[in-house]
Design a protein around this ligand. Structure first.
Ligand code: MHO
Length: 249
């Protein structure tokens, strides 16, 4: 009597597929990755910190967004010109020191430091609303859609952009727009998650950035994490890593 009989097996397989589909749809993320080509001599030939990092601007502004599972936005925003660094973590709740296994009322969140002379908050909002479904009504706060604004300009831009999006969709949007208060960094294994799934690249990059905080905060690493999800081609990636940051005005 062990196992499933003929009648129940298709139902069980169907349930498994549905569960897998829902996990992807609800979290807005999946662990599948693009075909990643790694050149013979690696992505950072010579193994020294590339120009995109050594010339990174000191002055940045910060955007904080929640839009479902934070792995995918980490790759997406990390591939954008003008984004200096990305970090994933937890925000919006009241529990002190949340963790992935004990999230309390927090939401998976991405924090983006950007150079406002190279990319605008408005452009980040375009990508934000263009890359998730904010009309879903959620029963848990883990994957909420939230804009955490850092100043009144961000509040105004986010509110106007959300109204436009609502008109465009013709349906209510459930995104919350709330003041930023505190961001708790997620565990190291969640940072640049998709890249961390590729041992050959991790071996190369941990030699260049032996301190995990430098790896996590590197612009080059953010771009490589975008590349492994297919957001840029290898040629575009190599050109970006080797370009100095445009002098800010
Ligand atoms: N395990 C889920 C979500 C991960 S995310 C950090 C998935 O693979 O989609 O919540």
């Amino acid at each position: 009597m062990a196992g499933l009989n003929r009648a129940t097996r298709p139902v069980a397989v169907g349930a498994l597929l549905t569960a897998a589909f829902l996990a992807v749809v609800l979290s807005g993320c999946s662990s599948q990755r693009a075909r990643v080509h790694i050149p013979e001599d690696g992505l950072i030939p010579g193994g020294s910190i590339p120009p995109i990092d050594t010339s990174a601007p000191a002055h940045t502004e910060t955007a904080t967004f929640a839009l479902g599972c934070f792995w995918c936005p980490d790759s997406l925003f990390g591939s954008m010109d003008g984004v200096v660094r990305t970090r994933v973590g937890y925000a919006g709740g009241t529990l002190e020191n949340p963790t992935y296994r004990n999230l309390g009322d927090h939401t998976e969140t991405i924090q983006i430091d950007y150079d406002p002379t190279q990319v605008s908050y408005g452009q980040l909002l375009e990508v934000y609303w263009g890359s998730h479904n904010p009309t879903r009504q959620l029963w848990s706060r883990q994957y909420m859609s939230i804009v955490f604004y850092h100043n009144s300009e961000q509040l105004t831009l986010a509110t106007q952009r959300m109204q436009r999006e609502e008109e465009r969709l013709g349906r209510p949007i459930h995104t919350e727009i709330v003041p930023f208060s505190r961001f708790y960094l997620a565990e190291d294994y969640h940072q640049k998650y998709h890249l961390q799934q590729i041992p050959e690249l991790m071996e190369e990059l941990t030699a260049v950035y032996p301190d995990f905080a430098d790896f996590r905060d590197s612009t080059a690493v953010a771009r490589i994490n975008g590349y492994v999800r297919g957001h840029t081609t290898l040629e575009e990636l190599q050109e970006r890593l080797n370009s100095s940051w445009p002098a800010s005005g």
